[in-house]
Ligand binder design. Sequence first.
Ligand code: 2P0
Length: 348
Amino acid sequence: MTGKIYSASTTAPVNIATLKYWGKRDTKLNLPTNSSISVTLSQDDLRTLTTACAAEFFESDKLWLNGKEESVHGPRFLACFNELRALRKIREDANPELPALSKYHMHIVSENNFPTAAGLASSAAGFAAFVQAVANLYELPQSPEELSRIARQGSGSACRSLFGGYVAWEMGQEADGSDSRAVQIATQEAWPDMKAAILVISASKKETSSTVGMQTTVNTSTLFKYRTDVVVPQRFKEMSEAIVNKDFETFGKLTMIDSNQFHAVCLDSSPPVFYMNDTSRLVIGLIEKVNKIYGRVVAAYTFDAGPNSVLYYLEKDELIVLGLLKAAIPDVDGWDKKSYTSSIAPAV
Ligand code: 2P0
């Protein structure tokens, strides 16, 4: 059978948290145990490209990720898809002249241009691109905040990739997750000289997925409650203010101590969860030394659920940061070939 194919494509950026999301209070709805903050990276280097197609003659929903067919029956995928379809149905009921896309099966094709599941926020860009592509196809009027609430159900950190610039994921209070969504703290234009260097120390898939790792921490770490109840609420305020005030010194210090505390609660879990390796620690030592020599924060490191390092710095310091890194770790596997520098993303 043939017929008209409706399609929409979009790209979505990765975001790298500077105040980490780690832990769910509701695993089904992806509701976090703490609010988090991230910076969205420009799509020039790291991004997911997704196309969503719907046609009356498609016989089933299908999904391809990086060229490989994947299940469309996963609860996370379905949570997003069902909600988007329901929103389209409301539009069709109100506008009977619209094609009945909500009844058609869909084919989704998605590709990352960077290593997947290596702690480089691939699920964030992936689900953000999926939700945005389907929203475009369905011509949904929902705001980015509303779409972020849907993307959150696919992967928590995905909600932050619906915005450019500097973004907060407010954990919310409601049991149904209606107030757990991302908001923009500041646009890229408000603080345009921030840059990021991404050091791909290992492109291998991580051993412990974030989903499993964070619930091990929630269930077993005794330090974790102190982090969520005492540390993060205060740090969230301080980091938001530092961003609004373009105070890199404070932003950088908070970014580094939060990365370290996130990895500390991972280590405090049983069994312990390790994401950093010796090269990650070498980068930490180097940046700490550089900052000490200069007597200010020249660069701030942060590590997600993997050994790869992201450094935030101001454009004026780019030569110092990249020059010193190259001189200090010339032989790290993959260092020269797999590193990126990135600007911050303007509006997504
Ligand atoms: C973050 N990470 O804030 C933290 C820091 C990793 C370390 O969000 O289970 O892939 O899909 O909600 O979003 C990675 O976790 O986890 C993550 P799910 P997700 O970026």
